[in-house]
Design a protein around this ligand. Structure first.
Ligand SMILES: Cc1cc2nc3c(=O)[nH]c(=O)nc-3n(C[C@H](O)[C@H](O)[C@H](O)COP(=O)(O)O)c2cc1C
Length: 182
């Protein structure tokens, strides 16, 4: 079974999380990790699991204006941040806008600041809502991975993302014992 991890990322943190999730999924699935600009409709239609994530901007999924602000912040001479290729878009909202209905298993994640979710918001909730609206069957609660105020992943988050991916894969694939008894 193939899993497709779709991500949007301004500064590389969500890409790193997506790659780590892909690593975890790869323990039992065939995996493609793709930026949102490079996902074909066929890749989604043929997948057994689709995992979608992006950065939390203004309490939810990014918009053209927040992506522009993110790139402008990175472009300031004193900024240590670098904007990812394609940071200006399309973003996840644009992708959902042209996505058809897919009765495929799915899960949502985001990156957000390390603070209570009630204060930061969570893009993953909107991602999960959009996936459900497009016919996907959610197989996990939306998950957040945390960044510092300097926009760097908290140190343990890559390992946590990998473990989350591995658990996700295990939850949708029969164990060897189950497979032989079926
Ligand atoms: C314009 C803008 C708005 C943001 N708004 C929020 C927010 O409302 N809540 C939050 O937790 N983080 C917010 N952040 C921080 C992002 O979540 C953080 O930059 C992102 O998770 C880093 O992932 P990336 O490197 O993949 O872009 C914002 C960042 C930018 C640039």
């Amino acid at each position: 079974m193939r899993a497709v991890v779709v991500y949007e990322s301004m500064y590389g943190n969500t890409r790193e999380v997506a790659e780590a999730i892909g690593g975890g999924l790869g323990t039992s699935l065939d995996v493609l990790v793709l930026p949102v600009s490079q996902v074909s409709p066929e890749a989604v239609a043929e997948a057994g699991l689709v995992v979608v994530g992006g950065p939390t901007h203004a309490h939810g999924m990014s918009r053209a204006g927040t992506r522009k602000a993110a790139v402008e912040a990175a472009d300031k001479p004193a900024s240590p941040l670098r904007a990812e290729p394609g940071a200006l878009g399309p973003g996840l909202r644009d992708w959902f806008g042209s996505l058809g209905q897919h009765p495929v298993k799915a899960a949502a994640f985001d990156t957000r600041l390390h603070a209570p979710a009630a204060l930061t918001g969570r893009a993953a909730k909107g991602v999960a809502r959009s996936l459900r609206a497009h016919g996907f069957q959610m197989v996990a609660e939306p998950e957040s991975f945390l960044v510092t105020r300097q926009d760097r992943l908290e140190p343990q988050e890559t390992a946590r993302a990998r473990a989350w991916g591995a658990r996700l894969a295990a939850s949708i694939t029969p164990s060897p014992a189950q497979a032989t008894s079926d």
